[in-house]
Design a protein. Structure first.
Length: 303
């Protein structure tokens, strides 16, 4: 049996696809796995900020087309890139155990943190979620857009007049570039993107891979990202709005923490729900209802 994996061609995407290939071949030595590289819209448009493009399938729709038409068997994505609504006939077949979900500061001066960067420091990020939370922390920051792969952005930083750059820990670590990290930003200060640090395996609903994919699925991660994605969907979130939630399990409790902000970090709602594991159901829905009662629609109208 041969499984064809569709993947983007970036270093990080190929790392993720090879990681899934290794998981599959370790569990099922008789299976052959082939990587098929596919270029997405997000790979072609590199000079425009993500929120300005406003395309929910920016990094996924070309892979999904190949999947629907049967030229690949599964597509491997950074889960945070996957829209909350999938095309008809497709599903998330498995998710991997989540890496550390935090964002990180890459600063030219490695001793610096978000707190002690100089007044008016220039920081690069193409994410509205990160932008809003940086400004909630410090209104003096000057924020600039920067697109490109992880390694490209780090190279750009050191050739620019910027003081720092915000990236996801998981991507930096997976590419072996963690020596550049100045600070792992606490989740309380910067709530990660929905699904951040988990890898999603998307597949057709009618295929015969369910048993194979279940063998590499991480149940705890699956539960948490499902609650995050429900919250995001109910809030109408995506790359064009500073909305996110992060769900995690800690001992015998499950907690979901969320935020909705205007793009300038001046009006925002930040809240959480925590429950014992045995009672932790519909957390994403409950948090969305809590936000609506707190006036989230008024903030969203300003975006």
């Amino acid at each position: 049996m041969t499984i064809k994996i569709g993947t983007r061609g970036s270093r990080l995407a190929l790392w993720q696809a090879n990681y899934i290939r290794n998981l599959l071949t370790n569990k099922f030595p008789d299976i052959e796995v082939e990587l098929v590289q596919i270029k997405t819209t997000g790979d072609k448009i590199l000079e425009t900020a993500l929120f300005q493009i406003n395309d929910k399938g920016l990094f996924t729709k070309e892979l999904e087309k190949e999947l629907i038409e049967g030229r690949i068997d599964i597509a491997v994505h950074s889960l945070k890139d996957l829209p909350t609504e999938l095309p008809e006939g497709l599903k998330i077949g498995a998710v991997t155990k989540r890496e550390l979900p935090n964002d990180v500061l890459i600063a030219k001066n490695k001793s610096q943190t978000i707190e002690n960067l100089e007044y008016g420091a220039k920081i690069a990020t193409s994410s509205l979620r990160r932008r809003a939370q940086l400004l909630i922390k410090r209104q003096d920051f000057q924020l600039e857009d920067m697109r490109g792969n992880v390694n490209t952005r780090i190279e750009k930083l050191f050739k620019s007049d910027l003081e720092g750059l915000i990236l996801a820990y998981a991507g930096v670590e997976r590419l072996g570039m963690s020596e550049y990290i100045s600070q792992i930003i606490p989740v309380e200060d910067m709530i990660p993107a929905v699904g951040q640090a988990a890898i999603a395996i998307e597949t057709r609903e009618d295929n015969n891979l369910a048993g194979i994919l279940e063998a590499i699925n991480d149940k705890e991660t699956e539960f948490c990202i499902s609650e995050e994605r429900i919250f995001l969907k109910l809030m109408g979130g995506g790359c064009s709005k500073p909305i996110t939630a992060h769900c995690f399990m800690d001992n015998q409790r499950v907690e979901i923490l969320g935020i909705i902000s205007d793009i300038n970090g001046k009006k925002y709602i930040k809240d959480r729900i925590s429950k014992p594991k045995g009672e932790a159901k519909n957390l994403g829905t409950e948090l969305a209802e809590k936000f609506e009662k707190s006036g989230s629609k008024e903030i969203l109208r300003t975006i």
